[in-house]
Design a protein around this ligand. Structure first.
Ligand SMILES: Cc1ncc(COP(=O)(O)O)c(C=O)c1O
Length: 502
C-alpha cells in the first residue's frame, strides 16, 4: 500500500482557522508535504482568533494590577475579563475562584499546597503524572485500573468507605491522554460528595473536546492548560472552591501576593492574587480566554461531529493495520480523539521517526507521561499516540493509515539512528545547540538502532532497510546548503538537548 495522494492542507471542515495550517515540511525521501499534525493532544496549534486577540492587546502591553495610565488599565481589565471568561467556560459553579497558572501541572501543584492538613487523596494509577505526582505531602490511596467506568465509581466508593474521616480529595482525569476514554465524572462527583469528599478533575484533555460543566457535574476543582486548548502561550488555570485556596499560604510568595509587608512578616492578599505572586502572564491569560471564546463560538456540537467522524476513520484505519494493537481501558466507553497503539515487531521509536521523516506526520511516542498506565497496557514497551482536533483532516488520517500499512509491510525507506533520545534519519547526529546550516560531513546511512529493545525490527525488515539506498544520501552528495529549500529535513531534525517528558 502506498501513501495516498496529498491535497493541500486546506481546512476542509471550516470549523476555525488555525495558524500554520498550511505548514509544509521536507521529507527525507525528497520533496515536501503539508504537515499532518496528529499530536494535537500534546500541544494544539494556535487558533487564528487567539493570535488576533494577542495581537490586539500587544500594543497596550503594560503592567497588570500595578501601573497607572490607560495601557495599564486596559491590560488589568483584559486580565480580569479573561478570568471571567475562563470561569464561564468551565461551566460556572457557585463560589469558584479562577487562579491563573502556567498549566495543568502547575494547577495541581497549587491545589496540593492548599490541601488542609491530613487530607487523604484518592486517585487512579491510570492518571497523567501531573495528576499522580503533586500530592506527595498528603497520604495517597492509589486505586488500580478499573475494569469499567462503573468499576471506577465502585472503587472510589470503596476507598472512601475505608477512609471515612477527615478531608478527602478524589482526583480523576476527565479524558485519558493515553486511551481517550471519558471518565464518568458526574457519577464520581456524586459518590465523592455522598461521602463528604471533594473531587478534582484533570481537564487537560477534556477541555478541548467537551464542555467541562463544573456546576452541572458537581466538580469542586478543575485544572486545564491553554496549550491544549489552541492557546499556546504558557497559561493554564485552577478553577475551584475558594475556602481551601483562601486558607492556604501563597503558592508563590512575592509581589502581588501580599497586601502589606513588615520586617516581621506579611499580610497576604485575598484570592486570586494570593496565589498569583509575581507579574501576571497577561498574554497567556488573554490567549486562554480567546481560545475559550473561539471554541464556544465554534459550538460543541459541530466540534464533536467533526471529531467523531475523524475518530471513527482513525480507529477503523488503525484497526486495518496488520499487527497493530489499540490500547484501551474499557470496551465501550465514549472517547475523545486520542488513540494509542503498538505494532508487533516495530519499535515505536522507529514508527514515529518514519512517520515524521517519510510522511510528514507528527505523532507522540513514549510512555506519554502516564508510565504506570502505558506499562500496564503494553506490558512494558512504549506506545505511539495519534490525536486529532480542530485542523485534522480526512487526508491526515488516510495518510497515517497508508503509512502504517506501508511500514508494516515493507519497513522504512530510510535508515535511522539514535539521536538526542529518539531516532532520526541517517547516522548519529552531532549534539546541536543551534539548527545546523549544513548536513554533517560523510552523511552515510547506517542501520537502524531502535531504542526499544522490546520491539526490535524483525530480520526481514532490517534486511529490507539495509538493502535500500539511503534517502539521506541526497543530503550527502548535493551540498545545497545555501538553498533555503535544501536540507530542510536536516535543519528541522536538529534539536536541542535530550528528549524529555516521554
Ligand atoms: C491528561 C493530562 N493531564 C495533565 C497534563 C499536563 O499538562 P501540562 O503539561 O500542560 O501541565 C497533560 C499533558 O499532556 C495531560 O494530557
Amino acid at each position: 500500500m502506498t501513501s495516498a495522494p496529498v491535497a493541500e492542507a486546506t481546512v476542509e471542515h471550516g470549523l476555525a482557522e488555525l495558524v500554520g495550517a498550511g505548514l509544509r515540511v521536507p521529507l527525507v525521501t525528497g520533496g515536501e508535504l503539508p504537515f499532518a499534525n496528529l499530536d494535537i493532544a500534546a500541544t494544539a496549534p494556535c487558533l487564528a482568533a487567539v493570535r488576533d486577540a494577542v495581537n490586539a492587546i500587544l500594543p497596550w502591553y503594560s503592567s497588570v494590577h500595578r501601573g497607572t495610565g490607560l495601557p495599564a488599565e486596559i491590560c488589568t481589565s483584559a486580565y480580569e475579563q479573561a478570568r471571567e471568561t475562563v470561569r464561564q467556560f468551565a461551566g460556572p459553579a457557585l463560589g469558584t475562584t479562577v487562579v491563573f497558572t502556567r498549566n495543568t501541572t502547575d494547577a495541581f501543584n497549587l491545589l496540593a499546597r492548599c490541601l488542609p492538613g491530613g487530607t487523604t487523596v484518592i486517585g487512579f494509577d491510570t492518571d497523567h503524572h501531573s495528576a499522580l505526582l503533586p500530592w506527595r505531602r498528603a497520604p495517597v490511596r492509589r486505586l488500580v485500573t478499573p475494569a469499567s467506568a462503573a468499576g471506577a465509581v465502585g472503587a472510589v466508593d470503596a476507598a472512601l468507605r475505608a477512609a471515612p474521616v477527615g478531608p478527602r480529595l478524589v482526583c480523576v482525569t476527565g479524558a485519558s491522554n493515553v486511551t481517550g476514554e471519558l471518565w464518568p465524572l458526574a457519577d464520581l462527583a456524586a459518590v465523592a460528595h455522598r461521602h463528604g469528599a471533594r473531587i478534582a478533575v484533570d481537564a487537560a484533555q477534556l477541555a478541548p473536546h467537551r464542555p467541562i460543566a463544573m456546576g452541572r457535574l458537581g466538580l469542586d476543582y478543575v485544572a486545564l492548560s491553554g496549550h491544549k486548548l489552541y492557546a499556546p502561550f504558557g497559561s493554564g488555570a485552577l478553577i475551584g472552591r475558594s475556602d481551601w485556596l483562601r486558607a492556604a499560604p501563597p503558592y508563590l510568595a512575592g509581589g502581588g501576593a501580599a497586601v502589606s509587608v513588615r520586617d516581621d512578616g506579611a499580610e497576604w492578599a485575598d484570592l486570586p492574587a494570593r496565589h498569583e505572586g509575581g507579574t501576571p502572564n497577561l498574554v497567556g491569560a488573554v490567549a486562554l480566554a480567546a481560545a475559550c471564546d473561539a471554541i464556544t463560538a465554534v459550538g460543541w456540537q459541530p466540534l464533536r461531529d467533526h471529531e467523531d467522524r475523524l475518530q471513527r476513520a482513525l480507529r477503523d484505519g488503525l484497526a486495518s493495520v496488520p499487527g497493530l494493537s489499540l490500547l484501551r481501558l474499557w470496551d465501550d466507553a465514549p472517547r475523545v480523539g486520542i488513540a494509542s497503539f503498538t505494532i508487533r515487531g516495530l519499535s515505536p521509536a522507529l514508527v514515529a521517526a518514519t512517520l515524521a521523516a517519510e510522511h510528514a506526520i507528527g505523532v507522540r511516542r513514549g510512555k506519554l507521561c502516564a508510565h504506570p498506565l502505558v506499562r500496564r497496557l503494553t506490558g512494558g514497551p512504549d506506545a505511539i499516540r495519534a490525536s486529532i482536533g480542530i485542523g485534522t483532516t480526512t487526508e491526515h488520517i488516510t495518510r497515517l493509515t497508508s503509512a502504517l500499512h506501508q511500514l508494516a509491510a515493507e519497513g522504512p525507506r530510510s535508515a535511522y539512528a539514535d539521536s538526542h533520545g529518539g531516532l532520526r534519519p541517517g547516522p548519529e547526529q552531532p549534539k546541536a545547540t543551534t539548527i545546523p546550516r549544513r548536513p554533517p560531513p560523510g552523511n552515510t546511512a547506517t542501520t537502524a538502532r531502535p531504542s526499544d529493545p522490546a520491539h526490535p525490527p524483525d530480520q526481514a525488515q532490517r534486511r529490507r532497510r539495509d538493502d535500500r539506498p539511503a534517502a539521506s544520501a541526497n543530503l550527502k552528495t548535493e551540498d545545497r546548503s545555501e538553498d533555503p529549500e535544501a536540507n530542510g529535513f536536516a535543519k528541522a531534525a536538529a534539536v536541542k538537548g535530550p528528549k524529555r517528558g516521554s
